[in-house]
Write a protein that binds this ligand. Structure first.
Ligand code: M6R
Length: 632
């Protein structure tokens, strides 16, 4: 959550910061702000400009400001401590305003620190956890006043300041428990940005016109393609003339440089009205790219697994741990792993997994699924599972992300950057990757022959064209179905077998972007309670593709029809009979049930988007959400 950006060099910082913040807005958009170093009469001071709401508001405000600063930091916020307001917007400053900071993460011991700092005379102006960092750096830089310090006797001696911003940031970090990606500037060290990282992403780059820091490479890709992904406990000092890196003791280090080979165009809208539609339309490519190089010499290969075939053969239990949409990809995987490999598989919300005592042995495989690769709950669950002795395998979309780094092996989903907050193409990449894993497990367990695996792999590849067919032909049907749902107060998504798993993702998409309440139910469970909700016109959205449970699903839909529900069905092309009970039918091409999630989810994504647009919602940046959820 939260995006941070910083620049020091010889160009106008204001424009660079705003452009960076716009690219980072997917991380949070409750408020935005910048701190710019400017000089009056040769004396440097820091101007802080903040606005509640999206970056566009800050941009208009800054348009009227004649800022000549060539060094500054910026922030776009997803509120954790303190509601979205001017006072809580970043940057935050020290008492005298000569130090300003931006922060992404959570300071767990902020309440104690705040009390101690207040006792020593610091004045707080926000409800945020972040503000303590500004005051800690202030004390380390300028010295702590004599007085009462918590845990010490009254009249504690004054401490001398180090008058070195980088050293002051390092010192401040020793007091903080929690997660931080932090950038700080100080009016007494013009042109210097001090950066720290623990459990929150930070990337740093050096371009022709200066030095850059951001919480995502997307904010600095225009300036450079060679970046340093800062590790936990590493620090960076950015200056116009260059960047130096140190560890927690201040010893110089030389971190590895990563070359970014994807294009910024991939992250722009590319002619689509919104990122969500662009990303939905990219899904055929995601399927193809995720499969590239996986079948070599007729053998299914996942070299990055980090496990030998012998070790894989010993696996006798699989947990998929994930959150949100990634969790739903896990529900699909459970069906496939148990069906093909005959290994018991449980899918757990990562936020719950670590607080119970799951049965883990050395032959347990934990599969952690995360688009962003930085979801705090998933990371915590990975750490817990490894401590308990499990092998952890990550499936993520972000190269070098914490999930990738902390797992024994990793598959990258090849979705490329996903900007819309609602996950679409990364879900498809996850399901395809999990399908490959299920096939591999089945192969090493001798549950499927090499020939069967090859045939299934070919069919898996065919889903790319099937998605394209849906995108090309079902637009009108989806629009009509959306009109039928848009004024509802609530909707039910139902299905059986694979359809029940898909229903979960359909309901999540609808509620997160259209704010229309939606629930998913196994269709057979309707009669045990939810059918009471149905009155004339209540939308029931069903996944009833041709599968072994087709007839059962249709029977359940008839029960809804009898009570006046408005029925939208995702059905298999050629199924004319379904029109007898459905008010609206959206077709998908015939597909093996095992792969139906890859195709049947697509019309549900499009339906959610249509409904959201009809209800006047921002489909790319729904309220209260953020693209990466780095708080527990
Ligand atoms: O980055 P992750 O896949 O770990 O994120 C998990 C969820 O926060 C995410 O899927 C969320 O539910 C999306 N907004 C769904 O569209």
């Amino acid at each position: 959550m939260c995006g941070i950006v910083g620049y020091t060099g010889d160009e106008l910082a204001k424009d660079i910061l705003i452009n960076g913040l716009k690219r980072l807005e997917y991380r949070g958009y409750d408020s935005a702000g910048v701190a710019l170093e400017d000089a009056t009469g040769g004396v440097t001071h820091i101007d802080v400009i903040r606005r509640v709401g999206k970056v566009a508001g800050l941009e208009s405000e800054l348009a009227g400001v004649d800022a000549t600063a060539t060094c500054g930091i910026g922030h776009t916020r997803w509120a954790t401590h303190g509601r979205p307001s001017m006072a809580n917007a970043h940057p935050h400053t020290s008492c005298d305003g000569r130090i300003a900071i931006v922060h992404n993460g959570i300071i767990e011991n902020f309440a104690e620190l705040r009390e101690e700092l207040a006792q020593r005379g610091h004045t707080f102006t926000s409800d945020t956890d972040t503000e303590v960092f500004a005051h800690l750096i202030e004390e380390a830089y300028y010295g702590r006043p004599a007085g009462v310090a918590a845990g010490t006797t009254a009249g504690a001696p004054a401490a001398l300041g180090c008058h070195d911003l980088m050293a002051a940031v390092r010192e401040a970090c020793t007091h903080v428990v929690g997660a931080y990606g932090l950038a700080a500037v100080c009016a007494d060290e013009p042109g210097v940005i001090a950066v720290a990282r623990k459990d929150s992403p930070i990337v740093i780059g050096r371009g022709a016109r200066g030095s850059y820091v951001a919480s995502d490479v997307i904010a600095l890709i225009d300036a450079t393609r060679d970046v340093v992904v800062l590790e936990d406990g590493q620090f960076a000092r950015l200056a116009p003339e260059g960047i130096t890196y140190t560890d927690a003791e201040g010893t110089p280090i030389e971190p590895a440089v990563t070359h970014i080979d994807w294009d910024i165009d991939m992250a722009e809208k590319g002619g689509y009205p919104d990122f969500m539609l662009k990303e939905i339309c990219e899904q055929p490519r995601v399927v193809r790219d995720t499969l590239v190089g996986r079948m070599t010499g007729g053998e299914l290969t996942i070299d990055e697994l980090g496990l030998s075939l012998e070790e894989l053969n010993l696996i006798d239990r699989v947990y998929v741990i994930a959150c949100g949409t990634s969790y739903h990809a896990g529900l699909i995987a459970k069906n496939l792993i148990e069906m093909w490999a005959r290994i018991p598989c449980e899918v757990e919300a990562a936020s719950e997994f670590r607080y119970r005592n799951p049965i883990i042995t050395p032959s347990t495989l934990v599969v952690a699924v995360s688009q962003s690769g930085e979801t705090a709950d998933t990371l915590a669950a990975i750490r817990d599972a490894r401590i308990k002795g499990a092998k952890v395998f990550g499936i993520t979309n972000v190269v070098g992300s914490p999930v990738a780094r902390e797992s024994d092996g990793v598959i990258y989903t090849k979705a490329n950057k996903e900007i819309a907050v609602a996950s679409t193409k990364s879900f498809i990449g996850q399901v395809v990757s999990l399908t490959l894993l299920a096939l591999l497990l089945a192969q090493v367990k001798y549950r499927l022959t090499v020939g069967q695996v090859r045939m299934l792999f070919r069919e898996l590849g065919d889903t790319a064209e099937q998605i394209q067919w849906i995108l090309d032909t079902q637009k009108d049907a989806i629009h009509e179905a959306a009109l039928a749902c848009k004024d509802a107060h609530s909707a039910l998504f139902v299905g059986r077998g694979m359809g029940a798993a898909i229903a979960n993702e359909g309901a999540l998409k609808l509620k997160e972007i259209s704010y229309l309440h939606a629930e998913a139910y196994a269709a057979g469970e309707m009669k045990h309670g939810p059918i009471a909700l149905i009155d004339p016109g209540f939308p029931v959205i069903a996944i009833a593709t041709k599968s072994p449970v087709y007839d059962k699903t249709v029977s359940n839909l008839k029960e809804c029809e009898a009570r006046g529900a408005k029925i939208v069905v995702v059905a298999t092309e050629g199924d004319e009979d379904i029109a007898q009970i459905a008010d609206h039918v959206i077709y998908i091409p015939p597909v093996r049930d095992a792969f139906s999630a890859i195709t049947a989810t697509v019309p549900l994504q499009l339906l959610a988007r249509e409904v959201a647009l009809m209800r006047g919602c921002d489909v790319d940046q729904p309220r209260n959400l953020a693209k990466s959820v780095t708080v527990e």
